[in-house]
Design a protein around this ligand. Structure first.
Ligand SMILES: NC(=O)c1ccc[n+]([C@@H]2O[C@H](COP(=O)([O-])OP(=O)(O)OC[C@H]3O[C@@H](n4cnc5c(N)ncnc54)[C@H](OP(=O)(O)O)[C@@H]3O)[C@@H](O)[C@H]2O)c1
Length: 358
């Protein structure tokens, strides 16, 4: 079992990650069989506030700051970014976070625990998930449970759906798990594209549909959906990836439209490039990106949560002036009156409407 893979932060320009990043990818690939596990971690530094929580089934090594890289044995370039704030908030319910074994999901785990949430963390790599859980539980005193699950698989999603439907303490769903691709259409493998759609679209949709009715019935809840700037910039990366993220934005806008009045808060987050394993998995090494466009995981998540606190429906962590997004929205909405009419536009010269005089 590995030690200390929590909230990892690639050094955007350090070029230090490849060796252990390759090891992590190998390990991820080795989690082949279905292995949905449940781990409930009792906080070490706090009293038992929830008598219903079982003892930890598997003890993981306590992660340490600047833990040793599994691949090289040397100190990694990334480090755990700990906030100094002591935990004073009473528990506010559970947050279920997908893709919490690393990257932005691990930072969400840390930040939401500090905001008073007990956590249910979901991803495939159980060792990394356990390490994140141990570190967050130690640092915050919150209860952290892990569910090892491959969200591309419908039967694995069944289990998470059940949990969302039946656990009335869940007050927040963070649909963060996702993969990308930088491969152009003609070179892209359709099986890989289908897997991306299964994770980025289908699993996200199923979990949202599982969580929302309970939130409405209980008079409140939050759904945070991780999108991407690719949603509005389909020319940037692989088109299917962009399409999945455009779906996330549209679904989030619709959820807000339908559920805001029922007490459900939703947010779509559209980061630009963030320093995570995402890039290596996508086939575009992080080191190939200009440093000036790459944000740290901590900054991206902290900005996203600040946007949430400010009441934003759509949060672009990089965008300096929110009026720019509002102008984009206003332009979209300005189209509405003319998007559905009984006749084709006159400029086409068909139908009953006469062509415009030229
Ligand atoms: N990094 C960027 O530049 C960037 C920019 C915009 C948006 N995003 C979005 O941000 C989200 C988080 O990505 P990240 O940047 O933090 O990348 P990351 O470090 O690669 O994290 C992805 C997370 O998703 C999990 N995951 C991947 N496939 C999964 C599967 N089949 N089932 C369950 N969990 C799975 C991974 O864990 P396991 O491998 O353990 O399963 C990991 O915890 C994604 O939705 C991504 O599209 C990223």
């Amino acid at each position: 079992m590995q030690r200390g893979h929590v909230g990892q932060r690639h050094c955007p320009r350090g070029g230090s990650g490849p060796t252990w990043a390759v090891e992590l990818r190998r390990e991820r690939q080795s989690v082949a069989s279905r292995n949905t596990e449940r781990r409930v971690r009792r906080p070490r530094r706090r009293g038992n506030r929830d008598e219903g929580i079982a003892d930890t089934k598997v003890q993981c090594p306590r992660p340490t700051r600047g833990a040793t890289s599994p691949a090289s044995g040397a100190a990694p370039a990334w480090r755990i970014e700990m906030l100094p704030t002591p935990i004073t908030t009473p528990p506010v319910g559970r947050a279920l976070i997908t893709g919490a074994s690393g990257g932005m999901g691990a930072v969400y785990a840390d930040r939401l625990a500090r905001r008073g949430f007990d956590l249910i963390l979901v991803a495939r790599n159980s060792a990394r998930l356990e390490a994140v859980a141990a570190r967050v539980a130690d640092a915050t005193g919150r209860q952290v449970e892990t569910l090892t699950s491959d969200l591309r698989r419908a039967d694995h999603v069944d289990d998470i759906e059940d949990r969302l439907r039946t656990d009335e303490r869940i007050a927040m769903l963070v649909n963060n798990a996702g993969v990308g691709s930088a491969t152009p259409l003609l070179q892209a493998d359709i099986g890989t594209m289908r897997g991306m759609i299964a994770l980025n679209v289908e699993a996200l949709t199923r979990l949202t549909y599982a969580a929302a009715p309970g939130f409405v019935a209980r008079g409140g809840g939050t759904i945070i959906n991780m999108a991407s700037i690719a949603a509005i910039g389909p020319e940037i990366l692989n088109g299917v990836y962009a399409g999945t993220k455009a779906f996330v934005v549209a679904l989030t806008q619709s959820l807000h439209h339908e559920l805001a009045s029922r007490g459900v808060r939703v947010q779509a987050v559209l980061p630009g490039a963030v320093a995570t394993d995402f890039w290596d998995v996508s086939g575009a090494p992080l080191a190939s990106l200009p440093a000036g466009i790459v944000m740290s995981t901590e900054d991206a998540v902290d900005a996203a949560l600040a946007g949430f606190d400010q009441g934003e429906l759509i949060t672009l962590p990089s965008l300096p002036d929110p009026a720019d997004w509002q102008a984009y929205e206003d332009a979209r909405r300005a189209l509405f009156p003319n998007l559905s009419r009984s006749e084709p536009a006159a400029r086409f010269g068909v139908g009953r409407a006469p062509a415009a005089a030229t």
